[in-house]
Design a protein around this ligand. Structure first.
Ligand code: UD1
Length: 395
């Protein structure tokens, strides 16, 4: 069997890594059917710290194709990706095309495959913010409705899809297990929805010990555990509204003190927005910047030892939960609603008072085991098991 993975942006490399590893392990196992894995990189992220460092640290095989699309407006970027992905899929004819998450690379891959009538699998299906002004929400909804196999990370995601009319849901939306899979009827008609758990938990489990061994970020920056706040910010709704960005930067400066600094990992989008609004110099003086942003190993270690994390990223909310570090989400909603249980993730939005209150509050009780919501960190194995049960019939 041949599968193709389409990736392009930082969080997708993290989601691809465990699956690529599982494919390689299966190929090494005696007696198992070999899987050819073609990796297609759209080039949406191209800076070393946004791209190559993830392939190196996570041991992801070299992409067979790099489409070098780079940055553009949404329409141009997505269109250029679609055009090139179509040619690659026509040439490679994979049995399954995999797309991950909710970026423009995800949408381009989904539309290209669906229009060719090629079977499409979506990893991290069913997430919803119910905010149509988020580009990611458009990408997710459209991708899910093009997909044949929808791999959900949580039961919440399955329920979201059920509300949108998806009826063929394996195991009634409960986390699938290898034994329950044997009862699955392989002739079930597509689209099929299945809860395999969150592949980011696989990534964390596979990488956190290596990150701990390899990262020197704490020593380099002279940081002691639990003696700093960690912040990341890159959502368009936060970076592209000058007033919101300015207010967040003032709040960050208020949080930062000599005893407990605020370490701010700078995404290139945010850097550009700070420069455009003439805020950069001030921000660089009032908090500690990591620019360019840290590698995957370094961000994991910074997260693990932070006193609290302030973020608008989805992945980091879950990583904070995994490391049992209190999180403050700089958005008005989250797709990862499970993290908000037990007060471990406070949805503070961008309001100064709400953020400061959350920063100063004593953290709530210990986080529950991530396994309760996100599966056992074996999503990669379950995905390959599900694939082996279904035989797609391309148009
Ligand atoms: C994208 C995803 C977002 C994801 C994020 C993770 C979309 C719509 N958004 O947002 O869901 O959470 O990736 O990082 O797909 N840039 C560089 N170097 C790079 C990449 C980008 O300088 O390697 C700059 C460019 O100025 C570019 C801007 O960042 O215009 C935005 O990049 P883009 O890929 O459009 O979206 P992200 O904000 O990274």
């Amino acid at each position: 069997m041949k599968i193709a993975s389409i990736v392009g942006a930082r969080p997708q490399f993290v989601k691809l890594a465990p699956l690529a590893q599982a494919v390689e392990e299966r190929n090494r196992a005696r007696g198992s059917k070999k899987i050819e894995h073609v990796i297609i990189h759209t080039g949406q992220h191209y800076d070393y710290q946004m791209n190559k460092v993830f392939f190196d640290e996570l041991g992801i095989p070299e992409p067979r194709y790099n489409l070098n699309v780079g940055s553009e407006t949404h329409g141009r970027q997505t269109g250029e990706m679609m055009k090139q992905i179509e040619s690659v899929l026509v040439q490679e004819r994979p049995s399954w095309t995999f797309v991950y998450g909710d970026t423009n690379s995800t949408l381009a891959g989904a539309i290209a495959a669906a229009k060719l009538g090629r079977p499409l699998a979506h990893v991290e299906a069913g997430l919803r913010s119910y905010r149509r002004d988020m580009p990611e929400e458009i990408n997710r909804v459209l991708t899910d409705h093009c997909a044949d196999l929808l791999f959900c990370p949580t039961i919440t995601a399955v329920r979201n899809l059920r509300k949108e009319g998806f009826a063929n849901i394996l195991n009634n939306g409960e986390l699938i297990s290898r034994s329950s899979l044997t009862r699955v009827v392989p002739s079930a008609s597509f689209p099929v929805v299945v809860n395999v758990g969150d592949i980011m938990i696989d990534a964390l489990r596979l990488t956190s010990a290596t990150a701990e061994k390899n990262s020197r970020i704490m020593e380099t920056m002279g940081l002691r555990p639990k003696s700093y706040f960690l912040a990341t910010l890159h959502r368009a709704e936060n970076t592209d509204q000058p007033e919101t960005l300015k207010s967040l930067m003032t709040t960050f400066a208020e949080i930062h003190t000599a005893e407990k600094p605020l370490i701010f990992c700078l995404h290139p989008r945010t850097r550009k927005a700070l420069k455009k609004n003439r805020l950069f110099t001030n921000v660089a003086r009032s908090v500690i910047l990591i620019d360019p942003p840290p590698s995957y190993f370094d961000i994991l270690i910074l997260e693990k030892y932070a006193a609290k994390i302030l973020t608008d990223s989805g992945g980091i909310q879950k990583e904070a939960y995994f490391f049992n570090v209190p999180c403050i989400t700089l958005r008005n909603e989250t797709e990862w609603v499970e993290t908000t249980k037990h007060g471990r993730n406070i949805i503070a939005g961008t309001n100064r008072e709400r953020i400061l209150k959350a920063v100063n509050e004593k953290p709530a009780g210990k986080a529950m085991s991530p396994e309760l919501f996100y599966g056992r960190g074996i999503a990669r194995t379950l995905i390959l098991d599900v694939l082996s049960r279904f035989r797609p019939t391309p148009l």
